[in-house]
Unconditional design. Structure first.
Length: 186
């Protein structure tokens, strides 16, 4: 049985003990794949936090994927059914620290972009990734600082997907995905 590219990348990311603010090699792994697609890579290191701004293209609109590589500490290992940094698939579910929040999403984003570019190498507009290792902690040297830097140089993100599964705060236009339709969430 062949493992899916998303699952393979998710397992590789989960196996890296990236407890906030550590990245543990997650971003370099993503950088390697994004470079192969023609992304320009900019590493933004603010104090203890590693951030990645990767962009393919120079034209508008700029569509970005945003996320984080850091996870909260695993806590008491006696409360785990599996080792937190040894990803396992059990009964069709992926287990490991960060599987849902949010290394699985990062893997899906990267593989989706790989497949999109393979089919649309001359796409219009630009695609970017804004990735931080400071979301689970103080949240001061990550996304906020990267966005401030981008705004200072008039690099405006037109659209963004955040693969975070745990926030229900309404920021901008929020769309709920359904099997066959999209419906706005108020």
């Amino acid at each position: 049985m062949q493992i899916s590219p998303v699952l393979e990348l998710a397992k590789d990311l989960i196996s890296r003990k990236s407890v906030t603010p550590e990245d543990a090699g997650c971003q370099p792994l993503m950088i390697e794949r994004l470079k192969a697609l023609g992304f320009e890579i900019e590493v933004m290191h603010f104090e203890d936090t590693l951030n990645l701004w990767a962009r393919r293209g120079t034209q508008a609109p700029l569509f970005a994927f945003a996320g984080h590589t850091d996870v909260v500490p695993a806590g008491n290992l006696d409360h785990w059914n599996t080792a937190p940094f040894e990803p396992q698939v059990i009964d069709g579910y992926l287990y490991g620290r960060g599987a849902a929040d949010m290394k699985g999403s990062l893997a899906a984003m990267v593989v989706a972009v790989e497949e999109f570019i393979a089919k649309n190498p001359d796409h219009k507009g630009s695609i970017a990734f804004l990735i931080t290792s400071d979301e689970e902690g103080p949240f001061i040297n990550g996304t906020t600082r990267v966005v401030d830097t981008l705004m200072e140089r008039n690099e405006i993100i037109d659209m963004c997907i955040v693969g975070e599964p745990s926030s229900t705060d309404h920021v901008g236009d929020v769309v709920k995905m359904a099997a066959a339709a999209l419906s706005p969430v108020s």
